[in-house]
Design a protein around this ligand. Structure first.
Ligand SMILES: NC(=O)c1ccc[n+]([C@@H]2O[C@H](COP(=O)([O-])OP(=O)(O)OC[C@H]3O[C@@H](n4cnc5c(N)ncnc54)[C@H](O)[C@@H]3O)[C@@H](O)[C@H]2O)c1
Ligand SMILES: [Zn+2]
Length: 654
């Protein structure tokens, strides 16, 4: 792997990635080893940002597979809800005016399997049911997923996707003669700047490394390269609005009936680079609105990417692993095999029922697939062998028992694996601290620490006695402190306890209906009444809440800085007085950290600015604010209020 080229270093400067702590040498080294495990969270994030900037600039430094399957996957593993995963990866910063997009341009949800599409369709079906619409009549549109440069045309300006909310005005490309694909009309919203494959191969391949490289060059401010200009004049490069794309349409049943053919057909509809198929619900605005969007994608749309790789691999052995719930999962150790950009040496089988039924053991030949951000999967067994089934828990030695397809260790209070995984899960879900990874937790447990609460009781001296170095011990103490002082959503806190059937989504849903401190009083009926909780889940939730109540209260009393989820019922009654307003905080606040106040204001629907402009509604002043600052704000017509006034406005005065 060569080190960064001169253009790549230029690109990083252009993309304003000057804050990076990674030197070009280090970047090259990380890319070469493709092993993110050693990176700190900060380095991992910076490396992703660097790769993204280079990719958007047309000079990718690592393959998409390495980006998706190695580095992004690592971030997802460490912090499943990291903001980087929940927003649109920013495009290369084009020179031009930054402008707010007429409507947010989101990325797409991605799946690499037919079953991913099936799951998406059943979510649509549920939404249709909820809206009293006959699902079988709904139409699904499939279009080629263009691998170009995303942009938005509102008829007057052309914007880059930017960070999905603010883009850059690149209308100059129309002044240079770029045409619109399809019906040729301006103002048709989102689309991509693309170039004909045939034309690229015949006329441009000698001058540009790839089409992405070429597309990025079109939007650059500097004078267009002669060949790029010709491509535009020959209408080989165009801006293609997605609404204008040739498509395939059918019902959900039709999508699934002939899935492979639909994919193949849609891929061949255009002569542009295509890296998947986008499926979307069309013709029913009510359901689309009902489904809505995350910060990252619309729920009524999904992209199917088919760069799945498969390999035939021999199983060396099947290793049992006890999870925090006591379920014992089979992990197949494999002869190391390169797949989708990474060397794979293990894969999980679904459960021991599958191991038994399919015959997975020493020497079994399996077909392995690796796709998207997901971990490698055993697709099928080609040559079965004697299955390897454990009788005792690998961690504590207790006898295992079957419950339908699963094997369980029932030694919940003493099994080291269950205890360690529970502690690890807690800190991983809080997602605001580092340091409590597997190794540390193992060591703590070996020294007698057997609960999250016990971790919080630790002091410096104990840690040092356990053999942690001064620096590590201090860091662990700091991290524990930080986990309590940094603000965190109450649903995330609840999720950290790992209640059966209570993923983060369900935790949030539950707390939208009941305050955190009230949930232990809920009956099964109360939970069933919440949309999205079926009978079985509700019963399990109530049962598990009762089980964790004592632990929960004990830990909660340590004093975490929880952000309360607003109750839907209350929200409907009173719209927040600052909703839609722009607020700037200045000076030192008495009642909380400024950062926490900003978070709260945003949650109540306000925009938080960093400096006063003509659009600011309120300047909230803490102590030590200069008179000149206040006068300047007043002059702009901004209402200047004290911290006390502000809290009173929110109805929270003391
Ligand atoms: N190699 C690298 O270093 C590197 C770095 C960063 C990102 N990447 C790649 O980029 C991906 C993320 O980029 P992304 O967020 O732009 O996602 P994406 O490009 O995979 O897909 C989302 C976009 O597809 C576009 N699109 C194209 N055809 C469409 C159609 N027919 N209908 C609707 N939308 C359509 C839209 O603009 C949408 O925003 C990563 O998963 C990775 O594969 C690679
Ligand atoms: Zn056990």
């Amino acid at each position: 792997m060569p080190s960064l080229s001169k253009t790549q270093i230029e690109l990083l400067k252009e993309a304003d990635i000057e804050s990076t702590h990674l030197s070009p040498e280090l970047i090259a080294q990380i890319a070469k080893q493709a092993s993110p495990k050693e990176l700190t969270n900060e380095q991992l994030l910076e490396f992703l940002q660097v790769c993204n900037a280079l990719y958007r600039g047309g000079e990718p430094f690592i393959s998409d597979a390495d980006y998706d399957f190695v580095f992004l996957a690592e971030l997802q593993k460490r912090h499943p809800h990291h903001p980087y995963l929940e927003t649109v990866e920013p495009e290369v910063v084009a020179v031009g005016k930054t402008v707010t997009l007429p409507e947010p341009m989101l990325s797409t949800e991605k799946t690499y399997s037919q079953s991913g599409i099936e799951k998406w369709l059943s979510r649509l079906e549920k939404a249709a049911d909820d809206c009293d619409v006959d699902f079988s009549t709904l139409m699904i549109r499939a279009t080629p997923k263009l691998d170009g440069y995303a942009a938005y045309d509102d008829g007057k300006l052309l914007y880059t996707r930017g960070d999905g909310r603010k883009g850059t005005d690149i209308s100059r490309v129309f002044e240079r003669g770029l045409k619109v694909g399809g019906n040729g009309k301006r103002g048709q919203g989102a689309g991509e700047i693309v170039v004909s494959q045939t034309y690229f191969n015949n006329h441009l391949a000698d001058y540009f490394e790839n089409s992405r490289n070429f597309q990025a060059s079109i939007i650059k401010e500097k004078d267009l390269e002669q060949h790029a200009l010709e491509a535009i004049q020959n209408h080989a490069a165009v801006f293609f609005p997605f609404s204008q794309l040739p498509d395939w349409k059918g019902t959900a049943a039709e999508v699934l009936a002939d899935f492979d053919q639909v994919i193949e057909k849609v891929y061949s509809l255009v002569d542009y680079d295509v890296d998947g198929v986008v499926f979307e619900l069309v013709g029913n605005e009510q359901i689309k609105k009902y489904l809505g969007a995350t910060r990252h994608h619309h729920r009524w749309q999904i992209a199917y990417k088919s760069n799945v790789e498969t390999a035939e691999v021999i199983v060396i052995k099947v290793t049992p692993q006890t999870s925090r719930s006591g379920r014992v999962n089979p992990v197949a150790e494999l002869t190391p095999t390169k797949l989708s950009g990474a060397v794979i040496s293990r894969a999980t089988a679904h459960h021991y029922g599958m191991v038994k039924e399919l015959g997975i053991g020493v020497g079994t030949l399996i077909e392995l697939t690796r796709s998207g951000l997901v971990i490698p999967k055993i697709e099928r067994v080609i040559i079965p062998k004697e299955p390897q089934i454990p009788e005792h828990c690998p961690s504590c030695g207790s006898e295992l028992v079957w419950d339908s397809d699963y094997l369980y260790c029932l030694n919940t209070t003493k099994c080291p694996a269950q205890i360690e995984n529970t502690i690890e899960h807690f800190f991983r879900t809080l997602a605001n601290v580092d340091g409590f990874g597997q190794k540390t937790v193992e060591k703590l447990h070996a020294c007698g620490i057997n609960s999250v609460y016990a971790v919080y009781q630790l002091d410096m001296e104990q840690l040092q006695d356990m053999g942690f170095g001064d620096k590590t011990a201090q860091n662990l103490m700091d991290q524990l402190q930080r986990s309590r002082s940094e603000s965190i959503e109450d649903w995330r806190f609840l999720g950290a306890f790992g209640i059966h059937r209570m993923g983060l989504g369900n935790c949030e849903r539950l707390l939208q209906h009941h305050h955190l401190m009230d949930i232990f009083k809920l009956t099964v009926e109360d939970v069933i009444n919440i949309e999205g909780f079926a009978e079985k889940t509700s019963a399990a939730v109530v049962e598990c809440l009762a089980k964790i109540k004592t632990d929960f209260m004990q830990i909660h009393q340590l004093g975490f800085n929880l952000i309360q989820t607003p109750l839907i019922a209350e929200q409907q009654q009173n719209i927040s007085p600052i909703s839609g307003k722009t607020i700037v905080f200045t000076g030192a606040m008495i009642h909380g950290k400024r950062d926490d106040m900003s978070k709260e204001a945003k949650r109540l629907g306000a925009k938080v600015g960093s400096s006063v402009t003509g659009k600011t509604d309120f300047l909230v002043t803490g102590s030590d604010v200069g008179a000149a600052k206040i006068a300047a704000a007043t002059e702009k017509g901004v209402r200047v209020i004290s911290e006390e006034d502000y809290l009173a406005l929110l109805g929270r005065s003391e």
